[in-house]
Design a protein around this ligand. Structure first.
Ligand code: SF4
Ligand code: SF4
Length: 74
């Protein structure tokens, strides 16, 4: 099963929540306790082990905040 590792360029995030809405495994949440220097809420990954590396989050993000590294297991 493929897995993924996501990296967020947090300074560029605008807290729009599109990545949260489109993640099929529902592991992304807007975290009210964290914000960037522009005052936007940041994303927290609730369960990184469940990321399947689909990159829907990165494709949907209008500000190119997210990089997804796909890790394929035999
Ligand atoms: S790569 Fe896919 S599973 Fe992983 S966080 Fe992004 S949308 Fe969710
Ligand atoms: S889609 Fe991009 S800008 Fe919007 S909340 Fe997610 S990471 Fe931030």
């Amino acid at each position: 099963m493929a897995k993924g590792k996501t990296t967020f360029d947090e300074a560029k995030c605008k807290g729009c929540g599109l990545c949260v809405a489109f993640c099929p495994t529902k592991i992304l949440v807007l975290d009210p306790k964290r914000m960037n220097q522009h005052g936007y809420q940041l994303i927290t990954i609730t369960d990184p082990d469940k990321c399947i590396g689909c990159a829907f989050c990165a494709i949907m993000c209008p500000d190119s905040v997210i990089t997804v590294e796909r890790i394929d297991h035999e």
